[in-house]
Design a protein around this ligand. Structure first.
Ligand SMILES: *Cc1c(COP(=O)(O)O)cnc(C)c1O
Length: 411
């Protein structure tokens, strides 16, 4: 068929767009039945002109809001200069980007990639190489400890240590070298460590698991155990980083310094895939030319976007806004009279409402959508509320009006 069903995105209806995507796209997602064609700040609009508040923020990739003018300006400016060199040559933006990222995170070195999963893969390769070359573990014996209910991405190695059957089953054979322990259990970590353990990979708050916040003190204990056993503590801050939880990074809530952090999502300002691993020289120094790479990693377009994305976090005080509006949002959500709601949890603007076991939140998400608010359920009975951090208090109140309206009708 040479004639496109869509005569240009401008004229296609939501239903036409959905039908086409369902027909030719692999069914690896089950999206809400809504089409976004334009977006600005906290707001998105469908082809029919109906407006919605975005309370998912592309899983926290849009912390700075949709199409922030400073970030779009940087993108356009760089697009007119140079977009890609590969790492075979230097480009004049990557160094500046990594320097900014090191200053922002407090680490000495950074390795740029594109997606979050690549950042996690990079951190695991770094840990295995460090384990062999520095810690002296025999190559092939390196072990990495991870947590139940983790989410670190979708590559073969990463799903090899997933405990989610949907993510894992049918994709074998699985990559060896991982040990899974319960989350929020420092004793289990201590017990799982062997002389071959090179790293503990952990989300400081488990986002995909349903915004699971560990007990206060857990990350401090993890830090102490890792230090005592000469095991790298690697924090996956892909979702929790860049002010999402009301601090620059979720580990900051406990004043913990991991040995490395995996970063992504909001590092690209909702515009371009940019990810990175940050660490100090004593760990990151294990890489040598040829040991790792990515054609697009560190590209000047992504670097320019990431610099602007970091600017916005600082210029608009998104750390403070996320903390204050997050507290307000949780307090207001807790006040809603809805007998089937059992818990409101989160930090900053990464929040979740938990309904009773077995409750199907899909219908609630559809009802929220029909009233103009986009949010997505996870694990069936949990809805995540994570708007762009540029949201105003008035906009939070507007959203709360919709949420109250819908929740009051849940029987
Ligand atoms: C989203 C996410 C990833 C994977 O990022 P992609 O860009 O989708 O590959 C990894 N870790 C965490 C904690 C995430 O939330």
């Amino acid at each position: 068929m040479t004639d496109s069903v869509l005569k240009g995105a401008q004229t296609a209806s939501s239903q036409e767009v959905i039908d086409l995507a369902e027909r030719v796209g692999a069914h690896n997602y089950h999206p809400l039945p809504v089409v976004v064609s334009t977006a600005k700040g906290v707001w998105v609009e469908d082809p029919e002109g109906k407006r919605y508040m975005d309370f998912l923020s592309a899983y926290s990739a849009v912390n700075q809001g949709h199409r922030h003018p400073h970030i779009i300006g940087a993108l356009k400016d760089q697009a007119d200069r140079c977009t890609l060199t590969s790492r075979a040559f230097h480009n004049d933006r990557m160094g500046e980007f990594l320097d900014r990222l090191c200053t922002y995170t407090g680490f000495e070195m950074a390795l740029p990639m594109n997606t979050g999963a690549e950042a996690v893969e990079t951190a695991m390769k770094m840990a295995r190489l460090w384990g062999h070359k520095v810690k002296g573990v025999e190559n092939g014996k390196q072990e990495i400890i991870v947590c139940e209910e983790n989410f670190h991405g979708r590559t073969i190695s990463i799903i090899s240590f997933s405990t989610d059957p949907e993510a894992k089953e049918g994709f074998g054979p699985y990559t060896p070298g991982f040990k899974v322990i319960p989350y929020d259990d420092a004793g289990a970590l201590e017990a799982a460590i062997t002389p071959n353990t090179v790293a503990f990979l952990v989300e400081p708050i488990q986002g995909e698991a349903g915004v699971c916040v560990p007990a206060e003190g857990y990350l401090k204990q993890v830090r102490e155990i890792c230090t005592r056993h000469n095991v790298l503590m690697i924090a996956d801050e892909v979702q929790t980083g860049f002010c999402r939880t009301g601090r620059k990074f979720a580990v900051d809530h406990e004043d913990v310094r991991p040995d490395a952090m995996c970063l992504g999502k909001a590092l690209g300002g909702g515009v371009f895939p940019v990810s990175a691993v940050v660490a100090n020289q004593d760990v990151m120094g294990v890489f040598f030319p040829g040991s790792h790479g990515s054609t697009f990693g560190g590209n000047p377009l992504g670097a320019a976007v990431a610099i602007a994305a970091l600017d916005v976090l600082d210029n608009e005080q998104l750390e403070r806004k996320s903390r204050e509006l997050g507290e307000y949002l949780r307090e207001q959500l807790r006040g809603i009279d809805c007998p089937r709601m059992v818990q409101v949890r989160g930090k900053g603007l990464l929040n979740a409402v938990v309904f009773e076991d077995g409750f199907q939140a899909w219908d609630v998400c559809v009802a929220l959508k029909n009233k103009g608010l986009l949010a997505k359920q996870t694990h069936g009975n949990i809805i995540r509320f994570a708007p762009p951090l540029v949201i105003t208090k008035d906009e939070v109140d507007h959203a709360l009006g919709i949420i109250r309206d819908v929740f009051s009708q849940i029987s």
